[in-house]
Design a protein around this ligand. Structure first.
Ligand code: UTP
Ligand code: MG
Length: 341
């Protein structure tokens, strides 16, 4: 039965491509929403990202307006700073309804590939539901329900703590679907989210518990905040565990490190699929990673710097050729290396 649970999980879980398509769809909707709210962010949440998503599950999106103004790249026009303002609304709920209403209108009239747009503004959590034809996703767009993002993070953590958790949740979800206990149409039936919560509760109650309770996690996270040393990167000194050996690293350096690691992994991944021919002079593998300009040049988003960078690579290759290293054997039979500069 364990094997069956795992097979079912592998067969029905979201693939990496499908997950990427979900992020892409969010960014397309973000572009549309940006017409009204420059610098807004549309984030996926729910089963698209909490690792409990089944192929074909809906795409829950959160229109995040709180980041507006935090970014340094304000959309400015001359000396005027462009910022949106919610005016004269008696409550946050009404503001949410108004925001979703204009976005719904915009998606309906101008959203490429967005069809069957429904504004469900009187629900407990107001939303705009639509079908995104190019990706095939059924989308629910909400705003002002940050708590749902938090519960997605919590489920992600629970899913990662023990490999049996996701397998059990998937099987219970599939079982419920097979017997019409759940449905893709909203109604009087139990939801996948509720079923997941029940499974998590069950696993918290085992003896010994398979999952920690939220209260226990909270106690542990308190401990983190009380740490006197809170820096962007914390690497514990194995011999003096109270010391952070990367205390000096700033947030911007950490970000740079993460971006470069991601770019380098991407370059290697591309080469795996499309290995440069041995006759071409293109640097590959480690050599490609060691060229400082390459990481940017090979990024998936082509930019204007591309031709400039390829020119730089050509020049660099020429300079490597002219700095050619010569190997020869001296009279004593010893191998020596001399470098022409
Ligand atoms: P969904 O109902 O879409 O559930 O709510 P789901 O987890 O994505 O599962 P499927 O695959 O679509 O059936 C999306 C998210 O909204 C939050 C949860 O984070 C959930 O994952 N939510 C939903 C709540 O916080 N409370 C609720 O009552 C319902
Ligand atoms: Mg969902």
């Amino acid at each position: 039965v364990d094997d069956q649970l795992n097979t079912l999980l592998k067969e029905s879980e979201l693939t990496e491509e499908n997950t990427r398509l979900r992020y892409l769809t969010c960014s397309l909707i973000e572009d549309i929403a940006a017409a009204y709210f420059p610098d807004c962010i549309v984030r996926p949440f729910g089963s698209s990202v909490n690792t409990f998503g089944k192929l074909g599950c809906d795409l829950d999106m959160f229109l995040d307006l709180d980041e507006i103004g935090k970014l340094s790249t304000h959309k400015s026009s001359g000396n005027f700073l462009m910022e949106f303002q919610v005016k004269n609304v008696p409550s946050e709920r009404i503001a949410t309804q108004k925001i979703l209403s204009v976005i719904g209108e915009c998606l309906d009239h101008f959203g490429p590939g967005c069809v069957s747009v429904q504004k469900i503004l009187n629900a407990r959590c107001p939303l705009v539901r639509f079908s995104h034809q190019p990706s095939g996703f059924q989308c629910d767009l909400t705003t002002n329900n940050r708590i749902a993002l938090k519960s997605s993070e919590l489920l992600y953590i629970y899913g990662a703590l023990d490999s049996r958790v996701r397998a059990l949740v998937f099987s219970i979800r599939c079982w419920a679907r097979a017997h019409s206990l759940t449905s893709s149409i909203p109604g009087a039936w139990i939801t996948n989210f509720s079923l997941t919560m029940m499974v998590i509760f069950f696993l918290q109650r085992r003896s010994p518990p398979i999952l920690p309770t939220l209260d226990l996690l909270k106690t542990l996270a308190g401990r983190e905040q009380n740490k006197p040393d809170s820096s962007p990167l914390h690497i514990q000194n194995p011999f003096e565990t109270s010391l952070n050996i990367s205390k000096n690293v700033s947030q911007s350096q950490l970000q740079k490190f993460i971006e470069l690691a991601r770019e380098s992994a991407w370059i290697l991944q591309q080469e795996d699929q499309d290995r440069p021919s041995s006759s071409s002079n293109q640097p590959w593998g480690l050599a490609a990673l060691l060229l400082p300009s390459l990481a940017k040049n090979k990024s998936p988003t082509k930019n204007k710097k591309e031709s400039f960078s390829s020119e730089r690579i050509k020049n660099l290759l020429e300079s490597i050729k002219s700095n050619r290293t010569e190997n020869h054997t001296d009279t004593n039979g010893k191998r020596t290396i001399s470098t022409q500069t």
